[in-house]
Design a binder for this molecule. Structure first.
Ligand code: URA
Length: 199
């Protein structure tokens, strides 16, 4: 049985399904437009996100905003979430146990937002969303389709801050995301027009 946003927030805010609950300041659930067609998924909150309770507000978040702006999108056009909702100490990668405990919240978010495009930001999101064999350097930029949802992985903005040489590939991915978005938009607008015609 799926829940509504209110129930999701209420459950997540008191969550004790893994050890991260003992070190968190805030549960970081999501941000952006809950009706967005694009959902972005990162790894987990960092220090700034833990303090503010909002995903992608630190240095990586600022770069993410610029990446979105480069393809004419703002945070109001997307919904942003993470694999884990609580900060792993010292920003380590979440363990399998932590990610698996937290994934039901992300699944609820997918059900509530119903995005047509999912963008996995980095290796952790790609592994849990596209499959455990996924390798970000090999598989980024490739579209897959699961249950009618178009999914792509690209580099995490934090990886781009560490290694500028990845920016070219990330830009290629961003353009591909914009193209898919345009394609879906024009299709659904045409469908809407055809439905209007019939009424
Ligand atoms: N990195 C992430 O993966 N998520 C955030 O919310 C912030 C940084």
């Amino acid at each position: 049985m799926h829940c509504d946003w209110h129930e999701l927030y209420a459950k997540a805010h008191i969550c004790q399904l893994c050890g991260l609950c003992t070190t968190r300041t805030n549960v970081v659930i999501g941000d952006g437009n809950p009706r967005a067609r694009i959902m972005l998924v990162g790894e987990g909150p960092g220090r700034d996100e833990d303090v503010q309770g909002i995903p992608f507000v630190g240095a990586a978040g600022k770069l993410l905003n610029k990446m979105l702006a480069a393809i004419n999108l703002t945070r109001d056009d997307v919904y942003i979430a993470n694999i884990v909702k609580c900060r792993p100490p010292n920003n380590r990668t979440p363990t399998d146990e932590e990610a698996i405990a937290c994934l039901p919240y992300l699944r609820e978010q997918f059900v509530l937002v119903r995005p047509q495009i999912i963008v996995c930001l980095g290796a952790t999101a790609a592994r849990y969303i596209c499959g455990p064999q996924t390798r970000i350097t090999r598989d980024r930029g490739k579209w897959i389709c699961k249950s009618g949802v178009h999914i792509i992985a690209t580099y995490h903005p934090a990886a781009l801050l560490r290694d500028e040489s990845k920016k070219y590939d990330a830009w290629t991915d961003m353009k591909s995301i914009r193209a898919k978005y345009n394609e879906i938009y024009s299709k659904s607008d045409t469908q809407a027009l055809m439905t209007d015609d019939k009424t």
